[in-house]
Design a binder for this molecule. Structure first.
Ligand code: ADP
Ligand code: MG
Length: 236
């Protein structure tokens, strides 16, 4: 398997005025293409900070991050934005959909940056929405959809550019248990189809869906283990 993510010696220090806070204190992680990895840890442990770095939304203070063979530490803002657009899909706890736009228009948005024609955008967006089970809801605005449906629109938006990596930060944190099952089922399907997924959560039962879980505590990885049944022939 080839690595899609390699983090080495990653530290992140936040500075506000004279106060410094080290949110990540030396993180080494390798994630291979096609893995489904949960990152679990208590509130304030550094999960979102790690996600921001994995998503090229922020850069480490120290250490290196190689994404799909490309060392991101040498990239400037514009290059990071380009890599983000090309390689990464994001799903957030708060959905972050534009309330005045239909589901279809929300999902089309990332394709505008990809330079597709209007007709191609609509077709790709409609396909992505059909994949998440919302073919009948293209013209609905977020306010006319349930929380679970809104999060499925967000997943469609994350996938419409066919990114190599899907990053989800507490994607079920605002959902009831039925919608949670729904969205987790969707992530399972995406993983089965070969997507690499990194899911951040503070709930053990959500993490249990992934094949591997990393525990982060106080800015350090304290555990890294397989959570699914071992493949046939493997012994432990
Ligand atoms: P989690 O997502 O696990 O709850 P975060 O990564 O959001 O944790 O935050 C980790 C720590 O870093 C927390 O103590 C938080 O207060 C601090 N922190 C996060 N973002 C900033 C920031 N922009 N400036 C200063 N401190 C921050
Ligand atoms: Mg967080």
């Amino acid at each position: 398997m080839s690595a899609i993510i390699e983090l080495g010696g990653v530290r992140k220090t936040y500075r506000s005025g004279a106060v410094e806070f080290e949110a990540l204190r030396g993180i080494d992680i390798r994630i291979d293409t096609g893995e489904y990895v949960a990152v679990i840890g208590p509130s304030g442990s550094g999960k979102s900070t790690l996600m921001n770095i994995l998503g090229c939304l922020d850069v480490p203070t120290e250490g290196h991050y190689v994404l799909a063979g490309e060392d991101t530490s040498s990239l400037d803002e514009a290059e990071l934005a380009a890599i983000r657009n090309r390689r990464i899909g994001f799903v957030f706890q708060q959905f972050h959909l534009l309330p005045s736009m239909s589901a279809l228009r929300n999902v089309e948005l990332p394709l505008i940056y990809a330079g597709l024609s209007r007709a191609d955008r609509r077709e790709r967006a409609a396909e992505a929405l059909a994949k998440v089970g919302l073919a009948e809801r293209l013209d609905h605005r977020p306010g006319e959809l349930s929380g679970g449906q809104q999060q499925r629109v967000a997943v469609a938006r994350a996938l419409v550019t066919e990114p190599a990596l899907l990053l989800a930060d507490e994607p079920t944190g605002n959902l009831d248990s039925r919608s949670t099952r729904d969205v987790l089922g969707l992530l399972d399907e995406l993983h089965d189809a070969g997507r690499t997924i990194v899911l951040i959560t503070h709930e053990q039962d959500v993490a249990a869906r992934a094949g591997r879980s990393l525990v982060i505590d106080d800015g350090l990885i304290t555990s890294d283990r397989a959570t699914a049944a071992a493949p046939a022939g493997a012994t432990s």
